[in-house]
Write a protein that binds this ligand. Structure first.
Ligand code: HEM
Length: 408
């Protein structure tokens, strides 16, 4: 153990015991970020803010929520919304954050795709990000069940039923997930455990992993330029701040992020106070009733694109289920399906740019039609858009192989 000297203030006292100065350097003042990145690179920090908001508002809701099928609905819609001081505010913050987190995750993902930030050397950043997407999806689904309204109940019935499509063991898996023959009290309590305990712990761990994966390959930049971070950092520390292509995470980079976060929060609190309705389905304000199926069951907007793929192959439920499963994991494979190793933004990759625009438009079409009843022309649009989605991922290796830097 190093010799402990008389400390010169609290920081020095901590530094002698837990190397707080070295930690600050490694994590903040000597953690280098490229200069040429735009506001879209602030989405990661916006996501972190949203996760914190979900966590804190969730703690307040947890103080009054009752995980029991006889009490859950009233504990949310009566106790929290009308009896508890500012209970409505915490609920709106929680619901709006849940919706916004997906909007920002999709933006963050598409920014990564546009700039090729998943490519050679950055695969694990992408894969850990996708793990976060899956964990957030599970967190949102389990949370949606908790108010025990009509949509909570019927979405749980529909989604847990999907596992019945697994060959041989399907029905046993459904019963195992539900903890009962049908969606019931045991189902609610286990999803409550997942929502407030296991999934948040996993999400926190994977966020830490996601941040760690950025350390070695470093954050990409607008031009996809390969930077020698050590050299650029040296220039910066020697006072050549203008010539250097990097800035320290703190204070230079984070101050830009904080500016974007505040603009985002202005919009966020406007929605929380005046337009929270979009984040809460009106049908879910009716208590769960297992004898009354809603005329039209659909998930929240952020799951609609994959839900539409599930329904899209209307001629075979099993095939639809397989494609739905595929659609949910296919993004994991992106770094391996894109065969070009050149990191360039999409506007410098003509064929990839068309692929990117088609994917974006197709997912918007799937989302719109996922909300509409599956009748008449809707069925065919859903089918077409689902085929295009799968087709785009099959085409990707072929397109990118022909690009510069493509691996045959
Ligand atoms: C709550 C979830 C998430 C958090 C808190 C988070 C946070 C961050 C942060 C702070 C950064 C660095 C700055 C930036 O580029 O924004 C980053 C980078 C990145 N994230 Fe995420 N992220 C999350 C989810 C995801 C998801 C779902 C994906 C996609 C699969 C993803 C893929 C990436 C990639 C590829 C980068 C590197 C960007 C680059 O090098 O330019 N992240 N993330």
């Amino acid at each position: 153990m190093a010799e402990i000297k008389k400390a010169n203030g609290l920081i020095d006292w901590l530094d002698q015991r837990i190397a707080i100065r070295t930690l600050t350097k490694v994590l903040m003042t000597e953690y280098w970020v490229p200069k040429n990145i735009n506001f879209l690179w602030a989405m990661g920090v916006v996501l972190l803010v949203l996760f914190t908001m979900l966590f804190v508002s969730g703690l307040f809701l947890l103080m009054y929520y009752k995980p029991d099928t006889n009490l859950a609905f009233n504990s949310v819609n009566y106790t929290i919304m009308t009896e508890v001081a500012y209970g409505w505010l915490w609920r709106n913050i929680h619901a709006v954050s849940a919706s916004m987190v997906f909007l920002i995750i999709y933006i963050h993902m598409f920014v990564g795709i546009y700039y090729g930030s998943y490519k050679k050397g950055r695969e694990i950043i992408w894969i850990s990000g996708m793990l976060l997407f899956v964990l957030f999806s599970a967190e949102a689904f389990s949370g949606y069940m908790l108010p025990w309204g009509q949509m909570s109940y019927w979405a749980a019935v529909v989604i847990t039923n999907l596992f019945g499509g697994i060959p041989f063991i399907g029905p046993d898996v459904v019963e195992w997930i539900r903890g009962d023959y049908s969606v019931a009290d045991a189902t609610l309590t286990r999803f409550f455990m997942l929502h407030v305990c296991l999934l948040p712990v996993l999400i926190l761990s994977v966020i830490a992993l996601h941040f760690y994966t950025l350390r070695v390959p470093h954050v990409n930049n607008e031009e996809g330029e390969h930077l020698d971070f050590e050299l650029e950092a040296k220039k910066y520390m020697e006072g050549q701040k203008k010539e250097s292509k990097v800035i320290p995470f703190w204070p230079a980079f984070l101050s830009k992020d904080i500016f974007v976060v505040f603009i985002f929060l202005t919009l966020f609190f406007f929605l929380v106070c005046y337009n929270y309705g979009f984040a809460l389905d009106p049908i879910n304000f009716d208590p769960a009733d297992n004898l009354k199926t809603p005329a039209h069951i659909y998930p929240e907007w952020y799951f609609l694109w994959s839900y539409e793929i599930l329904r899209g192959f209307f001629f075979s439920a099993d095939f639809g289920l397989a494609m739905f499963g595929l659609a949910n994991v296919i993004f994991f494979l992106l770094p391996f399906l894109d065969r070009s190793h050149v990191v360039d933004p999409a506007h410098k990759r003509p064929a990839f740019f068309i692929w990117f625009v088609l994917l974006l438009v197709d997912m918007i079409v799937l989302t719109i039609f996922g909300k509409l009843p599956p009748e008449g022309a809707n069925v065919w649009v859903g089918f077409g858009a689902s085929v295009i989605f799968i087709g785009l991922f099959i085409m990707l290796p072929l397109i990118t192989r022909c690009e510069k830097g493509g691996v045959k």
